[in-house]
Design a protein around this ligand. Structure first.
Ligand code: NOJ
Length: 821
């Protein structure tokens, strides 16, 4: 499946193979990094931002301003400073002489972090499951609005497109939308537009292949230091999988990109000239600025020359006076500093942050929430519908026997499990989240791997659930403290009040017998699967939660399981229990969690989410990429993490290895049925496929890659008895050897009345039909090859099939002459 020599780049063709790293690590302790040189080829000089690009006007203004600045002033723009006046996670200082007020950089991907009077939005995993481009835009726009009113200049996500989700137990997969690059990229592009239309610079993170928390950061243990793991990857995998969604966000005009902690082909990403100068700024034509993840800078001169533009949280370590000196002694050309400053100011102008009407920098970010402070209420009542709408659409119903759901006017229902009620408190401290709350004691007592300066061997096992209450978001920098949390218990109570229902609950004694009241018509059991930045998960299910479910199911013939899951959650421990009539993967809905759930279970609205990852029957089905790579004693100094599975992650791997999942990628039930018919495939005659590239680079790559070259349509009919939405999915089997059996290349979501038929459309762009040629360093089509088309309800329920062939010579199987660049 993997290992064709063509998969590996040659030195002249770009990123080099992993074989050198492998041989260097074979059998002996690696104490020198010499064997790794050249794997990430030097790519210089750093390209200057285009003057005629997407940000042309802003670049012109920025250049004019930069021309008036001293070297010191320009350097000041490039590095963070401590600003006791606000609570922003990162600050760029003001330059009063040019009227620049400074910048506030603040997390995060599910709402503004570490402050008050903001909303808790559905997390990335939840938004992904809605497969709803419009909602993804509106969610980001609402979040951007809150950031704007707080005085945030740069919102650090959404979008999060790295980690993509390679490692099933990855601690941060929930921050992003999906482990499929097409879906992730589509929703990420909408998010960039949403954030930036609100007047805030979007920061797409983490560039690139930051796929695990374990050993993400260089650590020290006594006298011994360990470098961050090196993500070793071939060029094809880089382009077809991990870079894909970044290209979407660059195309959407993201003003900034955050470079990640780890090394890539043995060079730290934030000083990797091939990745920043070569891939991001040249190949993708990125016009914004590159900012480090916090403390991810490892050199001064090298990182500047490699294309890094801004460092956080402090410029003092490597830049500031050192960078000025480096310019004065000729190590860094001043034109590089000019470009760094120009890119930063261009993004600032582009988003209108120079406007007099902009709120002050960090104005609503109180530095100390524990002291009385001026309240800046950043919420907008008009966003309530979007927040609830996204909370609803990310719930995924995966089992529903004999229409157990929706409930039918129940007289008595019971609620069980630690995840039904709100956590014990919502603390007003920056970054606190349900995870930190649940883990407070553990957290204080033991160091956690993946946080700054701590050692991998000291990692405690991560508790798989958050036992102190319901979770609405994961932990770490993606967490938030919304103004309220609508727990499932609260929402069920209100509904019981309205309907006159007898509600019973027991959140404590669920392991005893005889807790089930005799007239209970439905027993809801709430469990969760928690995850956080800084540490990978230690499993995809836990025995405690599974036994809670089975215990209730043993006593209650209509047991409905609700799992709030910050990542993949396995259900096989109870899936086949005859009394488990329904299972909802409720993911991370944000502050309106309970309201959304109650609307769904009472049938006020049909569930419409589908999985954005594969739920296996067993953990072992994920193979070598179930768990993070952990450095062995042998290679710990320069840990080597080889991505040898190539593009075969998640459903691509399950399909290739013919493993039957419990629930496949793209799966989700609702309260009706749909039928598919009338597949139509047509080429767009105006597209001249054989000439490429006909145009220059625009943000995202060659302009032609974004041309729609084929259109596919299918009819979908609602044949059941409820109004509901269907997410129709298009998968392509690309011609050529060593291609995944199917890859997602289109989706459409529409609401259908009972009996209604709609046409779902799937525009296919040139890039959707292309594969990356390592030799040509270009995307290529396969004329003469058969493109297989599959349309249906999930990655394994594809009732409509067809194909098309691109005209032209060549057999499309990868032999010479078979491809059009
Ligand atoms: C580290 C995290 O990796 C990143 O996502 C976050 O934006 C920064 N810390 C700032 O909090």
């Amino acid at each position: 499946m993997f290992g064709k020599s063509a998969l590996f780049a040659t030195a002249s063709a770009g990123l080099l193979s992993i074989s050198a790293a492998q041989s260097a690590t074979n059998g002996s302790v690696v104490t020198s990094d010499a064997p790794f040189y050249g794997q990430s080829p030097p790519t210089y000089p750093a390209p200057e931002v285009r003057r005629d690009g997407l940000f042309a006007e802003s670049v012109a203004k920025a250049r004019a301003l930069v021309a008036t600045m001293t070297l010191e002033e320009k350097v000041n723009l490039t590095g963070g400073v401590t600003n006791p006046g606000n609570g922003c996670g990162g600050n760029i200082p003001a330059v009063p002489s040019i009227g620049f007020p400074g910048m506030c950089l603040q997390d995060g991907p599910a709402g503004v972090r570490g402050t008050d009077f903001v909303s808790g939005f559905a997390a990335g995993i939840h938004t992904g499951a809605s497969w709803n481009r419009t909602l993804a835009y509106s969610r980001a726009n609402a979040m951007g609005g809150e950031a704007y009113r707080k005085g945030v200049s740069v919102a650090l996500g959404p979008p999060v497109v790295g980690p993509l989700g390679r490692i099933a137990e990855g601690g941060r997969n929930w921050e992003g939308f999906s482990n499929d690059p097409y879906l992730s990229g589509a929703l990420a592009a909408e998010s960039v537009h949403g954030i930036q239309d609100a007047g805030v610079i979007a920061c797409t993170k983490h560039f690139i292949a930051n796929e695990q928390e374990t050993n993400r950061i260089a650590t020290r243990d006594g006298n011994k230091s360990y470098q961050s793991s090196s993500t070793n990857m071939d060029d094809k995998t880089l382009h077809e999988l991990y870079l894909w969604p970044f290209a979407d966000t660059v195309h959407a005009g993201t003003g900034s990109v955050m470079c990640s902690y780890e090394r890539f082909n043995n060079s730290y990403v934030c000083q990797n000239s091939k990745l920043i100068n070569g891939v991001l700024k040249t190949e993708l034509g990125f016009e914004g600025f590159v900012v480090t993840d916090w403390f991810a800078q490892h050199s001064g001169v090298d990182s500047s020359l490699a294309g890094l533009d801004m460092t956080m949280p402090s410029g003092a370590t490597y830049w500031a006076g050192n960078l000025t000196q480096a310019v004065r002694n000729g190590s860094v050309p001043e034109t590089r500093i000019d470009d760094q400053a120009t890119r930063i100011l261009a993004a600032w102008y582009e988003l209108g942050l120079d406007s007099k009407s902009s709120p002050g920098v960090g104005v609503g970010m109180a530095p100390n929430l524990l002291a009385p402070h001026t309240i800046v209420d950043a919420r907008d009542a008009a966003d309530a519908e979007v927040i609830l709408g996204e909370a609803i659409e990310g719930h995924v119903l995966v089992k529903n026997v004999n229409n157990a759901l929706p409930l039918k006017d129940p007289r008595a229902i019971a609620l069980y499990g630690y995840d039904a009620k709100a956590p014990d408190y919502n603390a007003p401290s920056p970054g606190l989240s349900p995870w930190s709350i649940s883990l407070q004691s553990t957290d204080a007592a033991s160091p956690i791997c993946g946080f700054y300066g701590l050692v991998a061997s000291a990692c405690p096992p991560f508790p798989i659930n958050a036992p102190n209450g319901s979770i609405w978001v994961g932990g770490g920098s993606g967490g938030n403290t919304p103004t309220y949390f609508y727990s499932p218990f609260q929402a069920f109570s209100e509904r019981a009040f309205q309907d006159g229902t007898q509600l019973l609950w027991d959140f404590e004694n669920v392991n005893t017998t005889s807790t089930v009241y005799g007239n209970t018509e439905a027993c809801f059991i709430f469990i969760n699967a928690m995850a956080s930045e800084g540490i990978d998960r230690s499993g995809l299910h836990d025995n405690f939660s599974d036994s809670l479910v089975n215990n209730i199911a043993d006593q209650c013939s209509n047991t409905i399981v609700v799992v709030h899951n910050a990542g993949i959650a396995l259900v096989d421990a109870y899936y086949d229990h005859p009394n488990v009539t329904a299972i909802i993967l409720a993911q991370l809905p944000g502050q309106d969690s309970g309201r959304a759930l109650v609307d769904i279970v009472y049938g006020e609205i049909s569930p419409s989410g589908k999985l954005t990852y594969t739920v296996a029957k067993n953990e072992s089905d994920y193979g070598a990429i179930l768990s993070p790579y952990r450095p062995s004693a042998q290679d710990a100094i320069y840990p080597q993490d080889d991505f040898s599975e190539g593009v075969y992650i998640d459903y691509r791997a399950f399909d290739a290895q013919n493993i039957e999942p419990r629930f496949e990628f793209g799966f989700g039930l609702t309260y009706t049925n749909f039928t598919y018919s009338n597949l139509r495939i047509s080429s767009n005659s105006s597209a001249t496929l054989s000439q490429y590239p006909t145009d220059g680079i625009i943000p995202g790559g060659h302009a032609d890659l974004w041309d729609v070259v084929y259109n596919v349509y299918a009819d979908v009919k609602n044949t059941g008895e409820a109004i509901a939405a269907e997410i129709a999915q298009l998968y392509l089997g690309l011609p050529g050897n060593d291609q995944p059996i199917r890859q997602l290349r289109g989706f459409d979501k529409q609401w259908l009345d009972v009996g209604e038929t709609v046409t779902m459309g799937f525009p296919l762009r040139r890039r959707d039909l292309s594969t990356w040629s390592v030799e040509a360093q270009q995307w290529e089509l396969a004329p003469g090859g058969t493109y297989k088309v599959y349309v249906g309800a999930s990655s394994r329920n594809l009732p409509l099939t067809g194909s098309f062939t691109l005209r032209g010579s060549g057999n499309g199987n990868g032999t010479a002459g078979g491809y059009w660049k």
